[in-house]
Design a protein around this ligand. Structure first.
Ligand code: XMP
Length: 333
């Protein structure tokens, strides 16, 4: 619509003025905020933006490829994908404490990003080098970093919009979404041509599957969890509530599968199985500070459970989490 086009034109003009003829680096996470910031900056300065996408190997099924398809395939943005999964999994081996895992993932993420950013800053082969670091900071982040916050909230910040990073890298900061609320960021994303299915996705934590695999993170666990989670999300998107006409994906605020590192006995054909358990989590909330477990239809749960058990070898039992927040949290770690 007209108002949105005006907004975009204004934001684009502002970015051009601020950046001049210099170059910009942005850390793409696959999340909404960094994606919308990237699309907007790309609109403003095209190939003078380089995105760095650090793939920690703890993303959802096909997520890394989807990010590349969208940015490189559709928006024709310059994206450097760093496959750091071996590095992350290696450093997580033997670590089971949730906060320790967060620290390792957040720290490595910054290290890998910094190394790429330093290369881009140095320039070379016809490039003079970047002088700006762009971040997808939105208005609520700006407010929040001023006030008191919990330990977990602190780690959210330290993962996403890394304080002090521009100074450490000797780069100027570019934050084109600083004045926007989440809903406005989403509308802007759609207007910039990002797929609505991506822009209206449930939130996904920075440490990714690292905090959805309870205890020690292993590659084989991540592979099983990714497939179970994808089945759950697919069925939530396919099933509508007749009363509202909305899908259960839309009716829930966050939904995902959790990998439980315990084994239970099952039967399959003539044989006995001894395999892992997955828990399904779905919540409804307006602020993520309190949340109710979602009363999903039994038919939907039944379909998800039988699909996971039949399609994901290595999982022979599915449970549904009936805990509200508080006292439980939304994530299991
Ligand atoms: P909890 O589990 O604390 O989650 O009820 C509240 C919201 O925060 C998200 N969350 C995180 N996001 N890094 C993030 O970027 C984290 O370490 C982290 N831990 C929790 C969670 O997904 C939910 O939306």
């Amino acid at each position: 619509d007209w108002v949105m086009r005006e907004h975009i034109a204004e934001a684009v003009e502002q970015i051009r003025q601020q950046v001049g003829d210099e170059e910009v680096i942005l850390g793409l996470s696959g999340g909404v905020d960094s994606s919308v910031a990237a699309a907007l900056i790309q609109r403003a300065i095209g190939a003078r933006l380089t995105c760095v996408f650090v793939d920690h190997g703890l993303l959802r099924l096909n997520e890394g490829d989807a990010v590349m398809d969208m940015f490189v395939g559709q928006l024709h943005a310059k994206v450097i994908r760093v496959d750091a999964s071996e590095l992350f999994l290696g450093r997580l081996a033997g670590v089971s404490d949730p906060e320790q895992k967060r620290k390792i993932i957040g720290g490595l993420f910054v290290d890998v990003f910094k190394a790429e950013a330093a290369k881009l800053k140095a320039g070379g082969a016809g490039h003079k080098g970047a002088s700006f670091l762009a971040q997808g900071t939105i208005y609520p982040d700006v407010i929040e970093s001023g006030g008191a916050k919990s330990k977990k909230a602190a780690s959210i910040k330290s993962h996403h919009n890394v304080g002090g990073l521009p100074e450490q890298l000797g780069l100027k900061l570019l934050e084109p979404l600083r004045d926007l609320f989440k809903d406005e960021v989403r509308e802007l994303g759609v207007a910039l041509g990002l797929p609505p299915g991506m822009v209206y996705r449930h939130p996904f934590p920075g440490p990714g599957l690292g905090v959805r695999i309870l205890g020690e993170v292993k590659k084989e666990y991540a592979e099983l969890l990714r497939r179970a989670d994808a089945i759950f999300i697919e069925e939530l998107r396919n099933c509508s509530d007749p009363a509202t006409g909305k899908t259960w994906y839309e009716l829930t605020s966050q939904a995902f599968a959790v990998f439980l590192p315990v084994k239970s006995v099952g039967v399959m054909g003539d044989g006995r199985t001894y395999e892992h358990v997955v828990a399904l989590r779905a919540v409804q909330t307006s602020d993520f500070m309190t949340a109710d477990w979602a009363q999903l239809p039994y038919d939907l749960l039944k379909k998800v459970s039988s699909r996971i058990i039949n399609e994901v070898r290595g999982i022979n039992r599915v449970t549904y989490d009936l805990s509200s927040k508080p006292p439980a949290t939304i994530e299991w770690e």
